[in-house]
Write a protein that binds this ligand. Structure first.
Ligand SMILES: [Zn+2]
Length: 304
């Protein structure tokens, strides 16, 4: 997936290490937020990071410090579209903007609702969120309570590629960002709570929520190279090749619960699944990609 080489890149929707002083923020977790999921919805794991051997990855005890947040922020501020084709952090920024363009067009057209862009935080170590303390150990995640996306860019090489066998291509990273934005749409539509109501098993609410986020990522890919940027400008993404789709499918399969269990040396135990098998994740991404339709992503009515 290639971004066009020139034009504006709005970096205001992404920040390095949270938008300052979250530790003291008075988010009413668990109180008066009826039905809002307060646990984070993580990309690869529903539960215990030890399952993947992710703990102790070398972050210091304090986790995120202010200097890494500043470094991320400086990096983000310097991103342009050209760099988004080679630099992971700039690619995340540009992908959030492409997602905004697509959902701003498609959500009113398909669902009759206006898109509200979620804020994205780039961090490493630990970060305070509306869902409590978040950690890089669980991989990229979405917090329904503050409706923000959290991504440690080191995840892509350290875990996704090296440990799980996902693709190193940029398209794989973009799919991950699009999947997290899928959870934001689920929060807007009220479906995200189904994850906690039925948290485990191959046809559980949790798995249906995850597969739907994969389908929504596919929907974004369907429109990403044809949706104009604001002001009628050329789409931010100018190409999406068969190789890109293969990279995404390889990655969707790598983060299937059965594959994660096998690669961690554990037996495959469908009863513990929270995200769905490799085959399910591949299938639902492809459904969204081929059909480009929110209603085609109704994993809750589907026979799983
Ligand atoms: Zn997810």
């Amino acid at each position: 997936m290639t971004f066009r080489q020139s034009g504006r890149l709005d970096t205001s929707g992404v920040s390095g290490g949270g938008r300052g002083g979250r530790g003291g923020r008075g988010v009413a977790i668990g109180g008066g937020v009826g039905g809002i999921v307060v646990v984070v919805i993580a990309l690869v794991l529903g539960v215990d990071p030890a399952q993947l051997g992710l703990t102790g990855r070398g972050f210091d005890e304090q986790g995120q410090n202010s200097s890494s947040a500043e470094q991320f922020q400086t990096h983000i501020d310097q991103c342009d579209l050209q760099q988004a084709n080679s630099d992971t952090i700039c690619r995340i920024v540009a992908t959030t903007e492409s997602l905004e363009d697509v959902w701003t067009a498609e959500l009113p057209a398909q669902v009759g609702m206006n898109w509200v862009q979620p804020h994205t935080n780039i961090f490493t170590g630990r970060i305070n969120t509306g869902c409590g303390a978040g950690s890089s150990d669980v991989g990229p995640f979405y917090c329904p309570a503050d409706q923000e996306v959290y991504i440690d860019p080191a995840f892509f090489d350290d875990v996704l590629v090296r440990r799980l066998g996902g693709s190193p291509e940029g398209a794989a990273q973009m799919y991950v960002v699009a999947h997290e934005f899928g959870h934001h749409l689920q929060t807007m539509l009220g479906d995200i709570r189904r994850s906690q109501q039925d948290p485990r098993g191959p046809s559980s609410g949790a798995v249906r929520v995850e597969l739907q986020a994969d389908c929504y990522a596919g929907l974004w890919a369907h429109y990403a190279t044809s949706t104009p940027a604001p002001g009628g400008q050329q789409p931010l993404l100018e190409s999406l090749t068969e190789q890109d789709v293969d990279a995404i499918i390889q990655t969707a399969e790598a983060i299937g619960d059965d594959h994660i269990q096998k690669s961690g040396g554990a037996p495959v135990d469908p009863g513990s699944w929270t995200h769905g098998s490799s085959e399910m994740r591949r299938q639902w991404f492809v459904t969204g990609y081929q059909q480009g339709s929110v209603s085609a992503c109704d994993t809750f009515s589907a026979q799983l």
